[in-house]
Design a protein around this ligand. Sequence first.
Ligand code: IPM
Ligand code: MN
Length: 353
Amino acid sequence: MHAEIVVLPGDGIGPEVAAAAVAVLEAVATRFGHTFGFQEHDIGGIAIDRHGEPLPATTLDACRKADAILLGAVGGPKWSDPNAKVRPEQGLLAIRKALGLYANLRPVRTHAAALGASPIKAELLEGVDFVVVRELTGGIYFGEKTRTADTASDLCSYSVGEIERVMRTAFRLAQTRRGKVTSVDKANVLETSRLWRDVAARIGREEFPEIALEHQLVDSMAMHLLAKPREYDVIVTENMFGDILTDEASMLAGSLGLLPSASLGEPGAVGIYEPIHGSAPDIAGKGIANPYATIFSAAMLLRHSLGLDEEAATVEAAVYAVLDDGVFTADLAAKGYAVSTAAATDAVLAKLQ
Ligand code: IPM
Ligand code: MN
C-alpha cells in the first residue's frame, strides 16, 4: 500500500526519537512492499520560533490531508516563561482538538527483560497488560482560563456526548480484550465526575452488558495501579486524570521511554501517534534518548491508521527482541551499560531485516 505520513518532530528529544521511528517505518515498507511518503512540519516551540505560533496553518493543513501523523514531543525551557503568551503545549492541544482526537489509547505492558528497570517488585509486574483510554479534547485542559493579580481559575466541564463517545471507545476495546472496564473519576467531590460515572454506568448497562464495569476514585486508583496492576484491562478516564495516571503507569513498564500512544477520533479521522513522554530538554541533542516509545507508537500507527496488523506486530516483536538482548538506553540500563538512541534503533532495524 501507499501512505502519506506527516512527521511532527517538535522540540527537545522529539526530532531524535521521531527519526528513529521513521527509520523503522521505512524498514517496514521495504520488508512488506509498501511505500510511505514522509512530510515534516513544525509544531510546538520550533514552530513558535519559525512561524510565531505553535500550530501553523501549514502544519494543520498537511495533517488534515495525511493518512497518519507521527509526533515527537513539544516544549522546553526556552518557551516556558510562566507569563509567555504562547506556549509549545498549546500547539499539541490545538491539533488534538482540531482533528477531533478525543480518545487517547495508552497501552501499558510489562516485558520480562525490563522488569529490573521498574522500582516496583517484579512479582507484581509479570503479565501486566492494560490500556488507559484517556479523554483528550475536554475537561480542565480546554475550559475557560482566567487570571487576575490574585486569582486564577481553570474551568472543568464535560458534556454527555463527550463522555459517551470515549466510553464507547473503551467498551469496544474491552470487547477485543479481557472484557473489563475500570472507569476512573472523583465522583465524591466533582460534579463532572458524577456525570462521568452516570454516563459510564448507562452506556455499560444499555450497550455493553457483557462487559464488567467498575468505578474507581482517582486517588485510590493511583494506589491500586501500583499494588495490583495485573487486575486491569481497560481503564477509561478524563483528560487530566489520564495524563497523571499514565506517567505513573510508565513506572510499571520500567520507563517513560517505553510507553506509546494513539490519539483517535471518529472512524476516518486521521490519528496522531506519539510517545507519552515529553521533550526531555535535559538530555536533548545528546543522542541518548530512548526511541522505543516512539517506535511502539509507529507500530500503533501501522495498526490503527493503516490497518497493517502483521506489520505492527512485527515491529513490536522486534522491540521486545532487542529488550531481551539487553539493548537498553540510559533510562533502562544499569550504570555503564547504556547504548545510544542510534544503537538502539539499529538493533531494532536489524531484527526487521
Ligand atoms: C502528554 C503531555 C501533554 C499533555 C502536554 C505536553 C501538553 O504531557 O501528552 O501526556 O498534558 O497532554
Ligand atoms: Mn503527559
